[in-house]
Design a protein around this ligand. Sequence first.
Ligand code: DX5
Ligand code: ZN
Length: 213
Amino acid sequence: MYVAPSILSADFGKLDEEIKAICDGGCDLVHVDVMDGHFVPNLTIGPVVVSSVAKVATKPLDIHLMVENNTFFVDLFAPLKPKFLTFHIEEEKHPHRLIQKIRDYGISPGVVLNPHTPPEAIEFILQDLDMVLLMSVNPGFGGQKFIPSVIEKTKRLRKMIEKQNAHVMIEVDGGVNGLNVRELDEAGVDIVVAGSYVFSSDDYESSIKSLHV
Ligand code: DX5
Ligand code: ZN
C-alpha cells in the first residue's frame, strides 16, 4: 500500500516542518487538496503555497482538484510538476479531452469519483487514466467518517480494470485509518490518502507505517 498524507490536516503555521516530517516519516506521495469554494463548501490553497510545498517536499505531489473550472486549474498547477493531477468527473463535461491535456504536460492523469458516482461512469476512459481516486467521504473537509460503500465500489472498479487489462491505480481518500486500511488493501486499493489520522498522531512515522500494509 502506498501512503499519501493529506496536508489539509497539517499545521499551516509550520507547513515546511510538517512536510519534511511526513517525507522523512516514509510517505510515498504528498496529497494536496485544492478547493475553490464553489465545487465544495471550503477554500484551501493556490499555486503560490503549493509551489512552496513542492520545494520542501522530497516525495512527489498528488494534487486533488475540487474545483468548478478544471481546465483553468490544470493550467495553473501543471507547471508545478506533480506526479498526479486529479479532477472530479462530476464537474467535467469533457473528461477525455482534459485527461489528454494533463498527459501532454507530462503528468499522470487521474479522475475522482464522489461517493454516489458509480465506477461505470468512467468505463470508457479507464484506458486513458493512470489513477482513479474514490472518495470515501464527501469532499470538502478532513476528519469525516469513512463511508463503507467504497469497499464494494473498489472491488467493482478492480474487476473493470482487470477486464480491460488497464494500468490504473486505485486511490481512496477520506476517513482512512489504521483500522480500515487492511479491508481497503484486500478490496484492491493501491494508495490511501490520510489526513487527520496522520497529522493528529504524535509520531507521523509510526502512523504512516501502520498504513503501509
Ligand atoms: C477531503 C479531502 C481529503 C481529506 C482527508 O475533501 O479530499 O484529502 O483531507 O482527510 P481525512 O483523512 O481526515 O478524512
Ligand atoms: Zn483529497
